[in-house]
Design a protein around this ligand. Structure first.
Ligand code: PEP
Ligand code: MG
Length: 583
């Protein structure tokens, strides 16, 4: 029997979870078997041939792309193609369909598992590799099957997703979220879009795990401690007992939720709005449940995930309408599609880019592919007719770009015969935030997107765990930029919020209040916690403390200062929160 093993990585979304290892991209996990009747045999075999063909094309396309854009060895992809044509593999799948009467997907899984078992029992490194290849091919075939019928991948038992590459939002959206207990991945930072999504569904994530293949096998029991960044492979009983979730935490959190379904004021009576960041229409219920004072960011591009084509105006209308109806009379900010970077819809013909976060993204696509955005704008404006809402444009760099976007928005409003909604800029590109003053007369509201802003200012990829140490909002130069932006908006009587992950970190509440921020936009689960902290902060005291910020010139002394400040002003409150807090 193999012994317990502990691997270490970087905690990305805190919490802990346990389940069996499900390898994304490399392996399969048994799922419910589906039987067919005799007359379906022919159809299933035809489907098998079709998806093999699709998979072949997919590998060939990868080979072609890789050979023109890099010097990476593509021979592994050729091996995958051979597996697709392997008569033993094909014969067994066809036999399983026709004699055991299982559907194609079940048959592919069963045969693949059979091969994996055989390869693994041979014991040599060569056969282990072949086992991995087999699983990769099977996974590819199955992913095409799912795309065909649009079903979500479901699991019978709780799983820990083991992502052998950078973690992407699709990894969460493709699988049944209720069964994902945790995610471990080789790469992906705290503010990667996948991490944000995982956080909003309370799925713990540990990143930066190396040597996964050597230490974990598909199906191994895993216990993930994403507070400390540990992954226990085949955990023993003592570890399992230690990590049982404390029921008192759950009770305390529920009590905070009940308490904070109302507005919050600082100790000296200043009202602070705490809004929600959401992605899917059902998240709007979560927002209300957790006491959101409105919705500060709808990441609409999630509507495009896992789709084979652009959703029609009517489909989009329903999505926006449902969110706006759920927001009711409360303010709601709908962000135009932030396509590009790590969020490229499957149907979108994105040219290969070496640096996608610096490339064709959001408004840059908007101004070129107006067809896509005009449909979105039409759907939003139709849905928003009776609502108080704002349209937010992501990734604006220059004033000219903003004016161009505004004229497209104006045209759509005119065509529909409606008033142009309030329009705002998401300040997340350094040039724009440094020139915030010039935008003031031209916008209706502002929001600061610290997730991207930090990566662009520090030249540290938000998805890359390796450079995570540089990706830090508690940095003197960064805080000066934030302070100036809040001040600029406040001086101009402009409503400003922060909707990046920075705003949801409990350690930053006193800092941001002291800097003059009056509006936070965070994932729903962070709302009750933030409100509890705000109610214990005095603005005057926070502002007085922040006035010493100017004198601090190193990142280390700044984080120490922030720790001390939090301890002095909020020590007991922080200690009693039902979550672990990190700076
Ligand atoms: C941001 O960049 O801070 C932001 C809110 O946008 P996203 O995280 O979706 O890129
Ligand atoms: Mg952004």
């Amino acid at each position: 029997m193999r012994r317990e093993n502990r691997l270490s990585g970087i905690p990305v979304v805190s919490g802990w979870g346990a389940g069996s290892a499900y390898f994304v991209g490399r392996a399969v996990q048994p799922t419910a078997t589906v039987s067919i009747s005799r007359q379906d045999i022919g159809d299933e075999i035809m489907r098998f041939n079709e998806i093999r063909e699709k998979a072949r094309k997919d590998y060939r396309q990868h080979i072609a792309e890789l050979s023109t854009t890099s010097s990476i060895d593509t021979s592994i992809l050729n091996i995958y193609e051979h597996i697709l044509d392997d008569p033993a593999f094909i014969g067994q799948v066809v036999e399983t369909i026709s004699t055991k009467l299982y559907d194609l997907e079940t048959s592919v899984r069963l045969v693949s598992n059979e091969f994996v078992k055989r390869f693994d029992s041979a014991g040599t490194a060569y056969f282990k590799e072949r086992s991995g290849d087999m699983v990769e091919v099977c996974e590819k075939l199955i992913s095409f099957l799912y795309e065909d019928d649009g079903r979500k991948k479901t699991f019978i038992e709780p799983v820990v997703l083991v992502v052998l590459r950078t973690f992407t939002p699709t990894d969460i959206l493709t699988y049944d979220k209720s069964k994902i207990q945790a995610v471990i991945t080789t790469s992906g930072g705290k503010t990667s879009h996948a991490a944000i999504l995982a956080r909003s569904y309370s799925i713990p994530v540990v990143s930066g795990i190396t040597n996964i293949n050597e230490n974990i096998r598909p199906g191994d029991p895993l216990l993930v401690d994403a507070e400390k960044g540990y992954v226990y492979v085949r955990p023993n009983a003592t570890i399992k007992a230690r990590y049982k979730r404390l029921p008192s935490d759950v009770t305390t959190f529920e009590a905070l939720k009940d308490k904070w379904r109302r507005p919050v004021y600082t100790k000296d009576g200043i009202q602070i709005d705490v809004l929600a960041n959401i992605s899917l229409a059902e998240d709007a219920d979560e927002a209300r449940e957790h006491g959101a004072d409105g919705i500060g960011l709808v990441r609409t591009e999630y509507l495009l995930s896992n789709r084979k084509e652009m959703p029609s105006e009517q489909v989009q209308y329903k999505y926006y309408k449902s969110i706006l109806d759920k927001a009711g009379k409360k303010w709601c900010v709908i962000r135009l599609f932030d396509i590009g970077g790590d969020k490229v819809p499957k149907f979108f013909n994105m040219p290969m880019e070496f640096n996608p976060f610096m490339g064709w993204r959001a408004i840059r696509i908007f101004l070129e592919r107006r067809d896509l955005f005009e449909t979105q704008l039409t759907a939003i404006m139709r849905a928003g007719e009776k609502h108080d809402y704002g349209l937010m444009v992501p990734m604006v760099t220059t004033l000219q770009e903003w004016q161009d976007a505004l004229s497209v928005i104006d045209n759509v409003a005119k065509k529909l015969g409606v008033k142009r909604p309030k329009c705002g800029v998401l300040f997340e590109v350094p040039l724009a935030i440094l020139e915030m003053e010039t935008f003031m007369k031209e916008i209706d509201f502002a929001s600061v997107g610290t997730n991207d802003l930090i990566q662009y200012l520090s030249a540290a990829d938000r998805n890359n765990a390796k450079v995570n140490y540089l990706y830090n909002p508690v940095e003197p130069a960064f805080l000066r930029i934030i302070r100036n932006a809040i001040q600029c908006a406040n001086d101009n009587g402009m409503q400003v919020s922060i909707c990046g992950e920075m705003a949801g970190n409990p350690m930053h509440a006193v800092l941001l209040i002291g800097l003059g921020l009056r509006r936070f936009s965070v994932i729903p689960r962070a709302i009750p916690i933030l409100k509890e902290l705000i109610a214990n902060i005095s603005y005057a005291e926070a502002a007085e403390s922040i006035s010493h910020l100017e004198a601090i010139d190193s990142t280390t002394s700044l984080s120490q200062w922030l720790k001390n400040l939090n301890k002095r002003l909020l020590g007991d409150v922080l200690a009693n929160l039902p979550i672990e807090v990190d700076v």
